[in-house]
Design a protein around this ligand. Structure first.
Ligand code: NAP
Length: 333
């Protein structure tokens, strides 16, 4: 079959342009779900499940992202030869369901690491120095009346705990070194070579929660990590400590976190991801002053988003036109 015969189903119309251009230039026919007017991570932006299932049964490739659940139901009648997700996390894809059908799953690690690590450090410093609160005070005309009370805490010399030392965790550690932070981590797999290279220390999970002044969540979401930041562990944290989550919302038990913030078990939190996205404007978290809330934008730079788009498009091209593999493959087929 020539490339024109291949149909690629793309679940958003708002990916970077290069994604559609590369696929069209390769000669594919694109079917694009129109989500204009809605943010990419907005649940309502995703095609309904029956539409995705129908696409998987007619098309040769699916280009999806967070919010598109690709599972047994969607793949039950599939003819797709490749699935490529515009994300490094692939918790929305049932890898087993894809693997048993021989479908490779492409994803986009590495290209977003530096952007996400920058953002995590940005949140950490914004929390420590109350940058967002300060902005609100200036806008409200209150800034100089209460200025003296607005003390932050230092970053220099404090302990940073990293929960999940993957690519992003390591990139955060590299940055934190420059701020003279004492760095500890817990990860499923111990990384002795990183310990040596960066002078960081492995601790058990409880100690990570006990010792951290700033705790950054950078672990992947899976059955094992679902709500691993729970009430018991939040209670282990220091009173003046801060939690930063740039990984996935469901790694943190949100109700327990709200309690921790309200009752002062910890000093504050910065969240880029939520159990429910978008976070409802009426949510308890929105009412709290000691949290910074961002709309899942840790990887959102022009450069990184374009690189992610290129990886996705090239992965589809590799499989359909070259008999090859996605650039990065999440499963083994
Ligand atoms: P990565 O290099 O693949 O690292 C994954 C991390 O998760 C590693 O620490 C790994 O542990 C751990 N992990 C995976 N499966 C696990 C399991 N079953 N139990 C315990 N730990 C497990 O990925 P990355 O690039 O650092 O990204 C990490 C996560 O950040 C992604 O999965 C994604 O959800 C999230 N993320 C969010 C944004 C955003 O926009 N907010 C952007 C990019 C990424 P070991 O290596 O120790 O085995």
């Amino acid at each position: 079959m020539g490339p024109m015969g291949y149909c690629i189903y793309v679940t958003r119309s708002t990916f970077p342009r290069i994604l559609y251009d590369m696929l069209r230039d390769a000669g594919f026919r694109l079917e694009v779900w129109d989500n204009s007017g809605r943010g990419m991570w907005d649940r309502a932006a995703a095609p309904p499940r029956d539409v995705l299932r129908d696409a998987a049964s007619r098309c040769d490739a699916l280009v999806v992202t967070i919010g598109d659940r690709v599972d047994e139901y969607v793949l039950s009648n599939a003819r797709v030869k490749v699935i490529a997700t515009y994300s490094v996390g692939y918790d929305h894809i049932d890898l087993e369901a894809a693997t048993k059908r021989g479908i490779p799953v492409g994803y986009t690690p590495e290209v977003l690491v530096e952007a996400v690590a920058d953002f995590a450090m940005g949140l950490l410093i914004a929390l420590a120095r109350r940058i967002v609160e300060g902005d609100r005070l200036v806008r409200g005309g209150e800034a100089y009346r209460v200025w003296g009370e607005y003390l932050g805490t230092e970053v220099w010399g404090k302990t940073l705990g990293i929960l999940g030392l993957g690519n992003i965790g390591v990139a955060i550690a590299r940055r934190a070194k420059a701020f003279n932070m004492n760095i500890i981590y817990w990860s499923r797999t111990r990384k002795p070579w990183v310990e040596v290279a960066l002078g960081i220390r492995y601790v058990n999970l409880d100690d990570l929660f006990r010792q951290s002044d700033y705790l950054v969540v950078s672990v992947a979401l899976s059955n094992e990590t679902y709500r691993m930041v729970n009430e018991d562990r939040l209670r282990l944290m220091k009173k003046g400590s801060y939690l930063i989550n740039i990984a996935r919302g469901a790694i943190v038990d949100t109700n327990a976190l709200v309690k921790a913030l309200k009752e002062g078990w910890i000093a504050g939190a910065a969240l880029d991801v939520y159990e429910e996205e978008p976070l409802p404007a009426t949510h308890e978290l929105v009412k709290l002053g000691n949290v910074i809330l961002t709309p899942h934008i840790a990887s959102a730079t022009v450069e990184t988003r374009n690189k992610m788009a290129e990886v996705v498009a090239q992965s589809v091209i590799n499989v359909l036109l070259k008999g090859g593999k996605p650039i990065y493959q999440a499963n083994k087929v």
